[in-house]
Design a protein around this ligand. Structure first.
Ligand code: AMP
Length: 206
């Protein structure tokens, strides 16, 4: 059976970076519901238009919308690393393929704010940080030469709402996952290579 893992954690805990590394190493798809929603919004699809106000406010998108967008990409036979999904008990219960493991990346809120306010992304989702991981040429993606910008929902006041949503809706899910013996906690502070080592160690033990 291939890997069926969910990468969870508060805003800017490194979910995307770690999920992508893990997916590559295990040769399974990396599915980020945040990326899928942003793609739908950029393409101005009907679903994207319904999701847009929630992302703009930093609130979670209703479960039915997220499940709809994920179902277009999730191949139950292929294994997966889910990034930012499930985020509610309802989403977890609706998942047709059982999760093998959920990794929670833990970082303090101040660290999250520091990471987010310096974060810059390109239209294809490649991520840089003005201090911690600057591109060679400021404002330009090293990988595809596209211009970098700040995500709308990376503004500090929106990030605080995203944290409140995390505490209100995702923490109860983490309690549930823990109760089912599916949750592994990993210290998400430090550079991406250090965190990757911790994730690998946690998976070897889990
Ligand atoms: P992320 O890229 O994971 O930080 O997600 C960005 C935003 O997309 C969140 O603040 C939510 O508005 C929305 N989103 C992403 N994944 C989910 C999910 N599983 N459930 C509800 N909303 C989501």
């Amino acid at each position: 059976m291939t890997l069926r893992l969910a990468m969870l954690g508060p805003p800017a805990s490194g979910k995307g970076t770690q999920a992508s590394r893990l997916a590559e190493r295990h040769d399974v798809p990396h599915l980020s519901t945040g990326d899928l929603l942003r793609e739908a919004i950029a393409a101005a699809t009907e679903l994207g238009e319904r999701a847009r106000p929630f992302l703009e406010r930093g609130e979670l998108v209703p479960d039915d919308l997220v499940l709809e967008i994920l179902s277009t990409r999730l191949d139950p036979t292929a294994g997966f690393v889910l990034d930012g999904f499930p985020r509610t008990v309802g989403q977890f219960e609706a998942l047709e393929v059982p999760l093998e493991l959920a990794v929670k990346l833990e970082i303090p809120q101040e660290e999250s704010i520091r990471r987010i306010t310096g974060r810059r992304v390109c239209p294809d989702g490649h991520v840089f940080h003005v201090d911690y991981d600057p591109p060679e040429e400021p404002g330009v993606c090293d990988l595809d030469g596209e211009p970098l910008h700040q995500r709308e929902d990376d503004r500090e006041e929106i990030v605080r709402t995203r944290w409140r949503e995390y505490e209100r809706l995702t923490e109860p899910l983490l309690v549930r996952l823990d109760g089912e013996g599916l949750l592994v906690r990993v210290d998400g502070t430090g550079d991406p290579d250090t965190v990757e080592q911790r994730v690998r160690r946690a998976l070897d033990q889990g």
